[in-house]
Design a protein around this ligand. Structure first.
Ligand code: IMP
Ligand code: MG
Length: 330
């Protein structure tokens, strides 16, 4: 059996999965790192020994000399892929470690043109939706059809069945095309099932690490932020809450524990990481939406009481879950 550790976002993306995946990849425990969904709509910001590295598609294993696979659940634009390779090459990383699943679908320029006209969803305009549509309507192109990708083509079967794999997710559970707030979702599945669709058994899953932030953010066309409390602007500035792909300002709101605990439950999260506590600490403001009363905000006096409340609430929904708190990486 393989042993797959999964890193999965529990909110709307931008929870800090890149940082966590990078911490785990660094451990040396993995034979492969695999991205299992999405395309270059994602933006993973990683600080590698003080160096800021922003990737959109390539999994972070390449930063640590680990073969890195763009799985069949992903979509890839050829030119953007090579731009990212050049960028990583320029930073001194060994891009010959990068592999592309033969059955990964190709984003075309037409897909990007079409997506660039979107106003209703607020997409990242990277051609994601049109590409997944063509995959599902069976008119898409796959990596195996593309001459320029010949040297990168990878069949998941060639891994064998006894590998340690780190599976890196993109976006977050509440942007999932089935489970999110449709139509304000991305066009792929972002939950645990998406990992298996890259060619694995549920028995291969070893550990699920769920990542959330100490507050909520969302980018897109719907109104997510409930009020225009000026503190949200401060959180945006301190937390650098601007899209890594599009530079758009992220909408900010207090932590929604119902969202996080449901995502933990449905994805079988073993280990929950709550990131960016330092942002709230700078403002000394510890708020959470009351999980039992809509739109009621609970104020906590201190970081410790905020953490205790989260621990108790999440553990009551997901008994036995490990909970860890972290700060911003920079
Ligand atoms: P698309 O994935 O580009 O089609 O965009 C659909 C929705 O998902 C939009 O609201 C995007 O802002 C959001 N989205 C897509 N990728 C990310 C991400 O990596 N982080 C945060 N939001 C994202
Ligand atoms: Mg991101």
């Amino acid at each position: 059996m393989n042993k797959i550790d999964v890193v999965l976002g529990l909110q709307y993306g931008d929870e800090g999965k890149g940082k966590i995946t990078n911490q785990m990849a660094k451990s040396g425990a993995y034979d492969y790192v695999m991205r299992y969904n999405g395309g270059s709509n994602a933006g993973h910001t990683i600080y590698d020994g003080g160096k800021k590295v922003v990737t959109h598609l390539v999994p972070c294993g390449v930063l640590h000399g680990i073969p890195s696979v763009i799985g069949s659940g992903c979509v890839l634009h050829i030119n953007n892929f090579f731009i990212e390779l050049d960028y990583l090459d320029g930073l001194g990383y060994d891009t010959s470690l990068i592999k592309v699943a033969y059955n990964c679908h190709i984003v075309t320029d037409d897909h990007i043109d079409e997506d660039s006209k979107d106003v209703s969803i607020g997409t990242t305009r990277t051609g994601n939706g049109p590409c997944y549509r063509d995959k599902v309507t069976r008119v898409g192109k796959r990596a195996e059809d593309i001459k320029e990708l010949k040297n990168f083509i990878f069949d998941i079967s060639s891994m064998g069945s006894d590998k340690n794999i780190l599976a890196e997710g993109a976006q977050g559970y509440w942007l999932d095309v089935d489970q999110g707030d449709y139509p304000y979702v991305t066009s792929s599945n972002c939950g645990i099932g998406a990992v298996l669709n890259n060619g694995f058994s549920h028995k291969d899953i070893n550990k699920v690490v769920g990542v959330a932030k100490a507050y909520s953010t969302y980018v897109g066309a719907k109104q997510y932020q409930k009020t225009d409390d000026p503190i949200f602007e401060e959180i945006r500035k301190i937390g650098l809450e601007y899209g890594a792909t599009t530079g758009r300002s992220r909408q900010i709101d207090w932590l929604d524990l119902n969202e996080v605990s449901i995502a933990c439950l449905r994805n079988g999260v073993d280990h929950l990481i709550i990131n960016k506590l330092d942002v709230l600490e700078q403002l000394n403001c510890w708020n959470i939406y009351d999980p039992n009363t809509i739109n009621k905000i609970l104020n906590f006096e201190s970081k410790d009481s905020f953490k205790d409340y989260i621990r108790n609430e999440i553990s009551s929904v997901c008994p036995g879950i490990e909970i860890e708190f972290q700060e911003s990486p920079h």
